[in-house]
Ligand binder design. Structure first.
Ligand SMILES: Cc1cc2nc3c(=O)[nH]c(=O)nc-3n(C[C@H](O)[C@H](O)[C@H](O)COP(=O)(O)OP(=O)(O)OC[C@H]3O[C@@H](n4cnc5c(N)ncnc54)[C@H](O)[C@@H]3O)c2cc1C
Length: 401
């Protein structure tokens, strides 16, 4: 058994863990981030880099370099209900350096952050290293037990941060209580080819009993097909031809490309969870990102929220850790700062789940267009509100250190 010692050990090299590690390391704190996979090359993790995250990159002085990576720009959000097209969000008036969502493969985003962080001598990234448990002494968390390429190891640290996502191992081991809010649907992810005459946009489509989201990705569309929770096995039993027919019904201008999905191997099921910890911390341990609050894909705001948690944690804890250990009161300050935006956004997601998605899935036909959608389409000024909510979120964080 190897043992290592560091200032802060972070489980999870996703958006929350990588950003938090980078921001703390920038403040001179010794940080070790563990990521269980060998690379960041995983598809369908959500590729949206929101205006608030781009603003964080601007505040860190790395925005221009970051934007040299290939990305697509989305300035508007639209929804198609039946045959009608509505524009419901316009990012071009946000008070940020970038007035748009950048769509970039998440592995490029994480690789970029990892590259910046690894340039700091006190930052250490351990890939292929899975956190398996907590080291607890006298009731205080003192680090992580892990399994890496060379076997088991203990990483002892003054502070442990669980940023290991929705299925967080460390949260499960922590004894912290999780409230399950629930999500009545799952998501099937797939790619459809894009042709030049298609729009450049994020398109939500409600047609028949189906709900389909298409995210512009250059030469293809990344598509999310919403299905009732637990219904994927029944869909597979009906066969690929029936699935292609349902895609044809819902995919609008891309219906002619449904046949490119030739097998269910091209379709990935992502089970959706919405939950929230009552307490995000116990002595020596803080949970952030999806480990503290799993987000539904509604609004595509989970990555944004995870990054905002990381910024708040580093603003609050960096100066404390520079002087000595962080107390439970210090860790609770992070929850106090971030719980309000989390509750508001999850509340919005649950509202959309229950009032829009579930009725649309139950109806088996195209629902009536809500009045608010018509209003937003008619009055461009109104489109700024959803853009602000999605693009910045409540209580946006700024890098203070
Ligand atoms: C179907 C679906 C679609 C979504 N689409 C979007 C979207 O388009 N835009 C958006 O903003 N949000 C989206 N979300 C939400 C978003 O994925 C999450 O909210 C966000 O990724 C949370 O970031 P995180 O860093 O907290 O966790 P994660 O992104 O889950 O990162 C956790 C990391 O920890 C690693 N890990 C896990 N366990 C361990 C362990 N024991 N030891 C070491 N490492 C470990 C994982 O490999 C992973 O790299 C979507 C969610 C779902 C379910």
């Amino acid at each position: 058994m190897q043992t290592q010692q560091t200032g802060v050990v972070i489980a999870g090299g996703g958006p929350a863990g990588m950003m938090c590690g980078y921001l703390l390391a920038r403040q001179g704190i010794a940080v070790t981030v563990l990521e269980k996979h060998a690379d960041f090359l995983r598809d369908f993790r959500g590729d949206t880099v929101h205006p608030s995250t781009l603003q964080v990159m601007h505040e860190l002085g790395v925005l221009a370099e970051f934007l040299k990576l290939p990305h697509a720009v989305v300035r508007h959000v639209s929804i198609d209900i039946g045959e009608e097209h509505f524009t419901v969000g316009d990012f071009s008036h946000l008070p940020t350096a970038c007035k748009y969502i950048a769509l970039m493969p998440q592995w490029d985003f994480l690789d970029f952050l990892a590259g910046k962080a690894k340039a700091l001598p006190n930052f250490h990234l351990m890939m292929s290293t899975e956190a398996t448990g907590l080291i607890v002494e006298d009731g205080d968390v003192r680090g992580i037990s892990a399994r890496g390429p060379d076997g088991a190891l203990d990483i002892r640290a003054g502070l442990t941060i669980a940023a290991d996502g929705r299925g967080s191992t460390l949260r499960d081991r922590s004894g912290l209580r999780l409230d399950d809010i629930g999500a009545p649907f799952d998501v099937l992810w797939m790619r459809l080819p894009r042709i030049d005459s298609d729009p450049v946009d994020v398109v939500g489509r409600i047609q028949g009993g189906g709900f389909f989201v298409m995210i512009y990705r250059g030469d293809y569309w990344q598509c999310a097909y919403i299905i009732a929770k637990g219904s994927f096995d029944a869909i597979k039993t009906e066969g690929i031809a029936a699935f292609q027919d349902s895609l044809r019904m819902v995919a609008g201008f891309a219906a002619d490309r449904a046949g490119t999905i030739e097998s269910f191997d091209q379709v990935k099921l992502l089970t959706v969870a919405v939950n929230r910890l009552r307490q995000w911390a116990r002595p020596g341990l803080l949970c952030i990102g999806d480990a503290a609050h799993a987000m539904s894909p509604v609004g595509g705001v989970g990555i944004n929220l995870a990054i905002q948690d990381a910024v708040a944690a580093s603003n609050i804890l960096g100066p404390v850790l520079a002087k000595g250990p962080a107390t439970l009161a210090d860790l609770n300050r992070v929850q106090r700062r971030r719980e309000f935006p989390t509750r508001i956004i999850q509340g919005f997601q649950v509202f959309v789940q229950n009032r829009v998605l579930t009725p649309a899935l139950d109806l088996h036909r195209t629902p009536k267009v809500p009045g608010i959608v018509r209003l937003m389409n008619a009055w461009p000024l109104l489109r700024r509100f959803p853009a602000r909510f999605i693009g910045l979120g409540p209580r946006p964080e700024h890098v203070q250190t």
